[in-house]
Write a protein that binds this ligand. Structure first.
Ligand code: OKP
Ligand code: ZN
Length: 344
């Protein structure tokens, strides 16, 4: 299986985050990538490739230009500088001034855990390039590819960053593939993929299925309920499965299988895009679903049984010591069944 990865993604370094007013060492660390790289490099079934730069049109098909201009302006920040919004507009009737500056970046931001530093743009661009190259590989007849994306993407919307996400890597892959037939995005990160949901909410060509911690208890709190089902031409193509803290593995799998069946009754996807979050792991500091490597293998097996060309996009996962092991278990579980039932 091809792994798309560019080491420039490691230059984006977040110093700390603020949770309930307190300062914490940031969870989304460059070392997350090291763990995955080390594991997958020791496995002959994975071959690493550098992505080619994602075309700007593919990114623009998901993100607003003024928003991208703000992200791009990160390159002009000094070495120690940061864009860290703490003031947010609150009257949608009032006009916003363009272009956004460091002081008004709050118009494009929904939380305070996601600062923009000098290297943020280049890292986010590399991450989305992984996802785009993986999608292109699959479009050209490859059966599967893994994008080792960092920073993650599923919380980023058309013109909104937050949740450690700037560019929605999976959404760029899905929008690109949707030119060639319907696409199903399955998001198994512990947190609701509010950005991806928002991007495809009215899109008849891309279905979104997310299983996540219940928003009454878990970030991002304002979305992820069952009654968010899509609008206009996208009505019925958004399916949220919120699960309470410490839901059992069996309950998780039966909920996911049921949701997959329901979704496949509504669209006939030609491609599958996975927002693969590993914060569902047992002992992850930000998730509570208790997945062990064997459960990740089973999850890979289940998703491979759809027998679709698949782009796997890395999202969260903060139990860094086990992240490589968990990703490897998932990918091998997927690969085993996908090769057997769908093709080498
Ligand atoms: C990004 B991804 C916990 C605060 C968590 C943000 C979590 C972002 C997760 N008390 N804040 O893995 O979905
Ligand atoms: Zn997450």
């Amino acid at each position: 299986m091809k792994v798309f990865y560019d080491p420039v993604q490691k230059t984006h370094v977040l110093t700390h985050e603020i949770i309930a007013g307190k300062k914490f060492r940031h969870h989304e660390r460059p070392s997350r990538i090291d763990q995955i790289v080390r594991k997958l490099r020791s496995q002959p079934r994975f071959t690493f490739e550098s992505p080619s730069p994602a075309p700007l049109e593919a990114i623009r098909a998901v993100h607003e230009e003024g928003y991208l201009a703000l992200l791009r302006s990160s390159q002009d920040i000094g070495k120690e500088g940061v864009i860290w919004p703490y003031t947010f507009p609150n009257d949608p009737r009032l006009p916003l001034r363009a272009p956004a500056t460091a002081l008004t970046a709050g118009q494009y931001c929904f939380d305070v855990g996601t600062p923009i530093m000098r290297d943020t743009w280049q890292a986010a661009l590399a991450a989305v390039s992984d996802a785009f190259s993986a999608a292109q590989h699959v479009r050209r007849g490859g059966l599967r590819a893994y994008a080792l994306a960092r920073p993650p993407g599923h919380h980023a919307a058309n013109a909104m960053f937050g949740g450690y996400c700037y560019i929605n890597n999976a959404a760029v892959a899905a929008r690109y593939l949707s030119q060639y037939g319907e696409v199903l995005v399955v998001d198994f990160d512990f947190h609701h993929g509010n950005g991806t949901q928002s991007i495809f909410y009215d899109d008849p060509r891309v279905g979104f299925l997310s299983v996540h911690g219940h928003p009454e208890e878990e970030y991002p709190y304002f979305s992820g309920w069952e009654n968010e089902t899509g609008i206009d031409d996208g009505a019925g193509l958004n399916l949220n499965v919120p699960l309470r803290r410490d839901t059992s593995i069996e309950a998780y799998f039966s909920a996911l299988s049921g949701a997959l069946d329901a979704m496949l009754g509504r669209i006939q996807p030609k491609h599958l895009v996975l927002s693969a979050g590993f914060d569902i792991a047992d002992r992850d500091p930000l998730g509570h679903f208790g997945f062990l490597p064997e459960h990740f293998a089973r999850l890979g097996d289940l998703l491979a049984s759809l027998k679709l060309p698949t782009v796997i996009v890395q999202e969260g996962g903060y139990l860094i010591a086990e992240l490589g092991t968990n990703v490897e278990a998932f990918l091998l579980g997927f690969l085993e069944r996908h090769e057997r039932e769908f093709g080498k």
